[in-house]
Write a protein of this length. Structure first.
Length: 388
């Protein structure tokens, strides 16, 4: 995973567009420590921005062209500036195009742009590569054309693009995290009200490892929308008696008393995950506040189990990683992170054991799955910003 410095990106931009970029922006990806699949259920989540992300070098042009190129993908695009755009195929540039479309729809005037993107997040691996490219685009246009879009609206705009332009019913967590991320802090976000707090993520003798299962998330979007819809049906059934707006407004004891209303074993499991996960986030927050990393790690393991058994969004690759972590003495917690169906897991591992952990896990994983997983340490970093 190459880190791009500004000089290197200027050089690449110059060879693509035969001029230097006016500016360079960077937006990170994120990991979610706990609180999975509950942002779209009005729950509380605990994401952090990481140091990997997406760079955007950009200049205005006077020929009313929107030009997209990337150092990661061979496809380029060149659109004449027009009143609206719609998604074209599955190409990467739909993400920035969706954001530009959204900005144009709100009535803001923009000029042509020459854009070069580079990302070092593994694509589609649950680290929010899509939120990262959406937000870096929105942030850049906000600065270039002085649009006065607030941080919160920047995140909401990314979510709208994901929901309406791309067609995934995702929640607000990813875009919010990559906008608001802060070095060495986790964000405790209430996805219903968008109120949030920072909590120092002090890991002491431990390090946050990211493990990429290298399993492609082929069914991720359709399965994600299916879970979204199942939660809606579970909520509807519970609303027959409970006066709530979201599944996460329901306590565990209220759920126990009323779960018979659901009358569908699959929806019952989905609701059980959502409501118990929201509860675990509270426990994890208290553990972190008390510097009790061991209890925090136990909540991570419990979260994974619930995602595996009740929400059914894990898979043998992610389960194999977490299964290994449980047997490794110097790992105190692990879970899948993000949407699931492949992608990444995170683990808390003793600092000085990371190399040993990594080689033993890779061997174990390869033996069970037939290909390798990648293990790397992650820094918790700041949110979207201008570099140049
Ligand atoms: C994806 C979505 C988020 C969230 C997670 C699961 O990353 O974009 O909104 O729902 O999955 O927690």
């Amino acid at each position: 995973m190459k880190v791009m410095n500004t000089d290197a990106i200027i050089k690449e931009f110059s060879s693509e567009y035969e001029k230097t970029p006016d500016h360079i922006f960077f937006c990170p990806g994120r990991v979610n420590l706990i609180g999975e699949h509950i942002d779209y259920n009005g729950g509380k989540v605990m994401p952090c921005a990481i140091s990997l992300g997406t760079w955007l070098a950009v200049s205005k042009n006077n020929n009313k062209q929107l030009r997209f190129s990337s150092l990661n993908f061979p496809e380029k695009a060149d659109f004449h500036l027009q009143d609206s755009y719609s998604k074209t195929g599955k190409e990467w540039f739909n993400y920035p195009l969706g954001v530009i479309n959204e900005i144009i729809q709100t009535g803001d005037a923009i000029s042509g742009l020459d854009m070069l993107f580079y990302g070092n997040l593994p694509i589609g691996a649950g680290l929010s590569s899509s939120a990262s490219i959406e937000v870096v685009t929105g942030f850049a246009l906000n600065k270039l054309f002085r649009l006065n879009i607030s941080e919160k609206n920047l995140a909401l705009m990314g979510k709208k693009v994901e929901n309406e332009f791309i067609g995934v019913n995702s929640g607000i967590m990813d875009q919010f995290a990559v906008v608001m991320g802060r070095k060495d802090q986790t964000i405790l976000l209430n996805c219903d009200t968008l109120e949030f707090d920072y909590l120092p993520f002090k890991t002491g003798d431990y390090i946050l490892a990211i493990i990429n299962s290298n399993k492609e998330r082929t069914l991720a979007d359709s399965k994600y929308n299916e879970r979204f819809e199942e939660c809606g049906r579970a909520l509807k059934a519970l609303k027959k008696k409970l006066k709530v707006d979201n599944l996460c407004d329901i306590s565990l004891s209220e759920f126990e008393e009323n779960r018979h209303l659901i009358n569908d074993p699959v929806l019952d499991k989905r609701a059980l995950h959502v409501i118990s996960e929201n509860f675990r986030v509270g426990e994890a927050r208290d553990a972190l506040k008390n510097n009790d990393l061991v209890s925090f790690g136990k909540e991570m393991y419990a979260s994974h189990q619930s995602l595996k058994d009740w929400y059914e969004v894990s898979g043998k690759e992610l389960d194999t990683i977490v299964e290994f972590c449980k047997t490794y003495d110097d790992c105190i917690g692990a879970r899948m992170t993000g949407a699931g169906f492949g992608g990444c897991a995170i683990a808390l591992v003793k600092n000085n054991k990371l190399a040993d952990f990594s080689s033993k896990l890779t061997k174990y994983y390869n033996g069970k799955i037939g290909y390798k997983c990648d293990v790397f340490a992650s820094d918790i970093g700041d949110g979207v910003r201008k570099l140049h």
